[in-house]
Structure formats: C-alpha cells, structure tokens
Design a protein around this ligand. Sequence first.
Ligand code: RIB
Length: 294
Amino acid sequence: MGQAPNITIVGSINMDIVTITDQLPKMGETILGQQFQMNPGGKGANQAVASARLGAAVQMIGCVGEDLFGNEMIAHLNSEGVDVSNVEQVATQTGTASITVSNKDNNIIVVPGANNHVTASFVEAKRDVIAESDILILQLEIPLDGVLKAVEIATKNGVIVILNPAPIRELPADLLNKVDYLTPNEHEIKHLTNEKNHAELIEKVILTKGSEGVSYFQKGKEINIPAYTIDVVDTTGAGDSFNAGFAVALGQGLSVEAACLYGNAVAALSTTRLGAQTGMPTADEVQEFLSNKN
Ligand code: RIB
C-alpha cells in the first residue's frame, strides 16, 4: 500500500449513551436492562478515529458543546491522534446518541446539539483545511448546508469526496452528482436512487449490507465482496469503520475492490467489542487479520 492519505472529516461528534438489554420495552413499559456505558461516538468522530488508527493524517471539522461531554470528546479525539484544531466549542449541549443494543443489533436516537452549528459559514471558515486534503468524508448528522459547502470546496480543489448518507434524508441531485463515492446501507439506498437517476448514480455507490458484505457496481453489474465471518459483540460503528477503511485504502492507491476488502476487514474487527470505537483496529491489526485469512 502507498503512503497514508491526508483525510478531512466534516461531521458529528456525539457522546453515546448505551444500554444493553435482552429485550426491548414497548411504549409505556419499564423493563430491566443488563449493562450501561457512555462511549465517544458520532459518525464523524468514529470515522475520524478509525482512519487515524489505520495510519491516516486526520483533521476533524466539527462542533461540541461548552460542557463536560464536549471537553471529553476533544481530549479523546486528540489522544487518538486526530487533529482537533478545527473542532470548536459552542454555547450549547454536545450531541448525544441514545443507543440500545439488543441481540447484537442496535437502534439509535441522535440529538445533534452542537453538531447543528456545523453550517456553511462554519465550514467556509475551514476552507483551506478541506482544500489541502486528499480525501473528504462526510455523513448527514450536521446541517445540509454545511455538507454542501464542504463538497463544493472539495470538488473545486480536486479532493476525493466520500458521502456516507446516514442518517438518510432528501438530498439535492447536484450534491449526489458531485460526490465521488456514496456509501449507503440497504435502507438508505432506497432514498437515493430512483428509476430516473439509477444508472448515473449506481456507479458511485458502495452498498454496505452488514453480514452480507458490500457491493460495488461496474457497467450496471453488481459485484459483491463478502463480509468476514467473526464473533460479533456489537455492530455499532461497523459502517463507520468500513467507511474509514475504504477511504484509507483508496487514498493509498488501492482499487475499489481492494478498498472494499480492506473496509470489510476493518468493519469486521470493529464488531468484536462493545462500543462504536472500542474495537476499531490499527493498521497492523488489520494486516494480521488479513494474513491469517489468506
Ligand atoms: O454509526 C454509529 C454512530 O451513530 C454512533 O456512534 C452514534 O453516535 C450515531 O451517530
């Protein structure tokens, strides 16, 4: 693999408030759960940490609150080797994600808080950071105008753009046309491609399918890269890990197919521990895992 890329993430930073339970309560019902944790999270921060562990030079652009969670998130990202000089503290609460983990799957409610301050004008002020990157990665936990501005700056400066459209929302056609890669899951893709735009968009889609692996598309043909079989503890952050692995491999000059394989390995390893970032592997751990598979 080539030199590790310079990756900028414009995205969310959340405190994950995690409950582990055997069963889910019905509306109006109270049940007893098994375990509780608070972990650093947010799709943006997760992708930043995963990319940094894989050896990339990573700049995070985002906002946290002027509160304890905000202080913790900045200290944590810094300790992971992520450049936090463009993470600002604003006078509101840090974003939170209430996560329920049950039977190795999860559901999540995000309250964006400070992430809502990552607007077009906030991103414009960070123009040079984006322009000097090899790769820009975005998700949809910040305002859409912030996403649009970041993509505009990146495309003007020849930066590769990966948009992870999660959580899904209505997106302008111009944005979809500008990005280089879209990494939806099977639920999200239904909102992105329709009969009219399918042929154009599908060639930039890397479809993540959980335990089924990922697919990319060449001349309309779906090519599936199967997932690695591993003992799963928690899938939270697996998609983020895939995105980071895919980006780092692509930035090192690997083909889309090889980048998908690498992303799959990163995602698989990330599911072996509870918490979005806890199991995210280093480049050496991925190498060892892949060597043992061959
Ligand atoms: O992708 C997982 C992440 O989604 C969690 O860390 C949570 O913060 C939500 O943003």
